[in-house]
Ligand binder design. Structure first.
Ligand SMILES: [Zn+2]
Length: 334
């Protein structure tokens, strides 16, 4: 599909691999921008499917790419976005996990606990992790249930122990040289947008201005989309406080000091209503993927909002530009 975009829009699309998975699959990235326009551009990264069974993230981003390409030169806002910014999209951070429809990578590791921000914290609540890679090189232990201790996941032996997280890290470092302005890391099984978690002070603390901007974005989301939000610095997961460690968005914020978000694209309908924490194992068995079209469409306003405010976000200025959506939007997906 990415190559199809490239064939159809050669002056707007570049496709390249940022690295390989454990099984040697490429981690593909698509850059969407007007290549003919040589002004200095802001860049942003939107990635998905870091948890291989969370398909909607990847699907939504393909839809976003298609949406931008179709509307370039037809819609003023989108033409401006692609003239002034580079949109990098990685639909499949975890291609091995996606193929097997599991949360983890081939080594049994939760890639979104393998980043260097609050890495390996054992918490007596949901979010506990343990440091262990593939045992003897072949025994995968992704899930480890210590009952009430809530220790349930393998974060890897050390931060960035996995080729997939190394690839994302190195790619973000390249983007930093290129006016990296915001990051969205996409998941499913919740229905909300949240901001970096300050649980692990002194990993990082937000300034007043950063808190203000995050709150401004979350307010916008609450008013203009169907997604739910929680205050900055505290994450809530179905109403319960949410602790995590080693997450991509936290690391990105800590490292580059740019607005970083988790976008949980899914209906609560997907989530077993009886789920409790420590998390229900049935969740890891794979979830239903109904209504993907609907979930792709509902993501567009949030992405458009971030994109029209890309320069404000980079400078931590109030992102008060309203996106104007083309008529009939969201369009029928391809
Ligand atoms: Zn996830």
């Amino acid at each position: 599909m990415l190559n199809g975009f490239k064939d159809k829009y050669p002056e707007l699309v570049e496709v390249f691999s940022i690295g390989k998975s454990v099984l040697g699959k490429d981690i593909w990235c698509i850059r969407v921008t007007n290549e003919k326009n040589n002004t200095i551009k802001s860049s942003c990264l939107i990635d998905g499917c870091i948890h291989g069974n969370e398909w909607e993230g990847g699907e939504a981003y393909l839809y976003l790419a298609d949406y931008l390409l179709i509307n370039f030169d037809a819609n003023e806002t989108i033409t401006h976005i692609l003239n002034s910014s580079e949109v990098y999209i990685i639909p499949l951070v975890n291609p091995d996990g996606r193929e097997e429809n599991t949360r983890w990578n081939e080594n049994g590791i939760d890639l979104n606990r393998n980043f260097d921000a609050g890495f390996g914290r054992l918490l007596l609540t949901r979010g506990g992790v343990f440091r262990l890679g593939k045992v003897f090189g072949f025994i995968k232990i992704p899930y480890f249930n210590l009952g009430k201790l809530g220790i349930y996941e393998n974060c890897g032996r050390h931060p960035f122990s996995e080729p997939e997280t190394q690839a994302i890290r190195d790619f973000m470092m390249d983007l930093e040289k290129n006016d990296f302005s915001f990051y969205v890391n996409c998941h499913t099984a919740d229905h909300c947008i949240y901001t970096p978690d300050e649980t692990f002070k002194p990993t990082f603390e937000m300034t007043e201005q950063e808190t203000h901007i995050f709150n401004y974005v979350l307010n916008w989301v609450g008013k203009n989309t169907e997604y739910e939000t929680a205050g900055t610095g505290i994450n809530f997961h179905n109403g319960k406080k949410f602790y995590d460690s080693g997450m991509a968005q936290d690391w990105c914020f800590k490292e580059f000091r740019i607005p970083s978000f988790v976008f949980e694209i899914l209906s609560l309908d997907y989530f077993p209503s009886n789920v409790g924490y420590p998390i229900d194992i049935s969740y890891f068995g794979g979830s239903k993927h109904d209504h993907i079209v609907h979930w792709m469409q509902t993501t567009i306003p949030f992405f458009m909002y971030l994109l029209v405010n890309i320069d404000n976000l980079r400078e931590w200025k109030t992102p008060d530009i309203q996106p104007s959506l083309p008529e009939g939007v969201p369009p029928e997906p391809f």
